[in-house]
Ligand binder design. Structure first.
Ligand code: NAP
Length: 413
């Protein structure tokens, strides 16, 4: 911890009224209670919405403190930071609302984690605030939801196992989504569409976003070509058809930054990609082509003004998302295959209960915040970290013991 434990709170949830913030708040309340071993508060811009949320959470939440702050009010954000050691933010799209809070955390030495998957924004934050975070001691950890904890911690776990079993990390790792049952919320769709809109308007940004090392430190570059599935393809390892995976564009960047921040522990020539399995035979093939076409249509239509309104009409609006029943019925199963330079293979599996984007994301984000508040030593330097490079095995213990994730080796040969 960077700040003394004299602050009023260990942790503040900013954006507690967002779709995912409500899930997170309920999770923290049920897991840690109020005013017990964890001192925490909820925050947001609307007092009435925060009080309605408390009412919905029932009597257990009656003593849950509330802090008011608008995402653009620098004085209010500074005052919020002064009261806590860690802030978890779900106020997004982060590219639109997130910068003043990152700045306030960096300036006050407050640890911070969030759910952004907006690569262009992360890069901007690193460029603008990394030096200041290093000197203030603030540890900033973006991407603490489904993007990118299962991928980032999944690769970290696979590499640990490879080092233990083969004495060397895997040079090439592929992640395949075997199953992911869940829906998008309005907030996620708004973030995706904003990223597409920004990229469509700026060719330099498009180029930057296409670079797999775009959020790595400038001295971490590799000449090895990174695989990048753009259309339907057959995967012989898993005997399944593959389609592009929408989260690959952020997860692959986070995994490369993790490698860089661990002094290229996975190797300078490390390659990583992600795709979705759609099944075998004609049905799998048809699904792979349908998903590829659907994604292309969504991104093309979201990029240009004449069709963007049409997309907006049919996608969930901010504040909307899957029902509690759908969240509980959701789950995911990710497979990782790694190969060392001398041809040894390891296959691992990561699963999560509840739907990836909300039920599971709320728990992962909550435990990332708890991990920052209670598990990370004070002498761990400030800066822009990734989940695995800062929170490592301490987060993994929390994910498996509290947040419904499993990490398992299936095969080594
Ligand atoms: N990484 C992942 O796996 C993952 C998963 C889910 C979501 N996400 C991301 O998480 C974010 C939240 O998603 P969501 O669906 O929960 O969003 P949402 O329901 O649309 O909520 C947005 C939140 O931002 C708050 N907000 C907006 N402008 C504000 C301002 N000026 N000051 C203070 N608060 C402000 C809203 O406050 P009010 O309630 O007062 O309107 C609301 O709490 C999005 O960026 C989404 O992309 C990521």
């Amino acid at each position: 911890m960077t700040k003394s434990s004299e602050t009023a709170y260990d942790l503040v949830v900013f954006g507690a009224t967002s779709f995912v913030g409500q899930i997170l708040t309920r999770y923290l309340l049920e897991t840690y209670g109020v005013g017990q071993s964890v001192k925490w508060a909820i925050a947001g811009r609307s007092e009435s919405k925060l009080n309605t949320l408390k009412g919905e959470l029932g009597s257990k939440a009656k003593d849950l403190p509330v802090i008011l702050a608008d995402a653009s009010d620098e004085a209010a954000l500074k005052a919020m930071c002064e009261q806590t050691r860690v802030i978890i933010s779900t106020v997004g799209p982060y590219a639109l609302y997130g910068e003043p809070l990152v700045q306030a955390c960096v300036r006050s030495g407050t640890d911070y984690c969030d759910l952004t998957g907006e690569v262009q924004w992360i890069r901007k934050m690193v460029e603008r605030y990394e030096e200041e975070a290093k000197s203030s001691g603030a540890r900033i950890v973006h991407c603490c939801g489904f993007d990118s904890i299962p991928s980032d911690m999944g690769v970290w776990f696979l590499q640990n196992q490879a080092e233990q079993t083969f004495g060397a990390p895997c040079r090439d790792v592929r992640m395949r989504v075997k199953t992911a049952k869940g829906e998008f919320s309005g907030g996620t769709v708004a973030s995706l569409m904003n990223a597409v809109k920004e990229a469509a308007a700026d060719p330099k940004l498009r180029k930057q976003m296409a670079n797999p090392f775009s959020i790595c430190p400038p001295d971490h570059r590799s000449k090895t070509r990174q695989p990048n599935l753009k259309g339907a393809e057959y995967d012989k390892t898993f005997n399944a058809w593959l389609a592009p995976f929408v989260m690959a564009a952020i997860n692959t960047r986070v995994v490369h930054r993790s490698n860089a921040l661990q002094n290229a522990r996975y190797g300078k020539e490390f390659t990583y990609d992600e795709a979705m399995m759609t099944g075998r035979g004609a049905k799998g093939r048809l699904a792979a082509y349908t998903i590829t076409g659907g994604l292309a249509a969504f991104f093309t239509a979201s990029a240009i003004k004449p069709t963007r309104w049409l997309v907006e009409k049919f996608v969930p609006k901010p504040g909307e998302g899957p029902s509690p029943e759908a969240q509980k019925a959701g789950f995911y199963d990710l497979r990782f295959v790694g190969r060392t330079e001398d041809g040894k293979t390891i296959i691992t599996k990561v699963t999560g209960d509840q739907d990836p984007g909300y039920g599971s994301t709320g728990k992962m984000l909550g435990e990332a915040g708890m991990c920052l508040a209670f598990d990370i030593p004070a002498d761990q330097p400030g800066g822009f970290w990734t989940p695995s490079s800062l929170l490592d095995g301490k987060l993994m213990d929390r994910l498996t013991s509290k947040a419904g994730l499993t990490f398992e080796v299936l095969e080594t040969r």
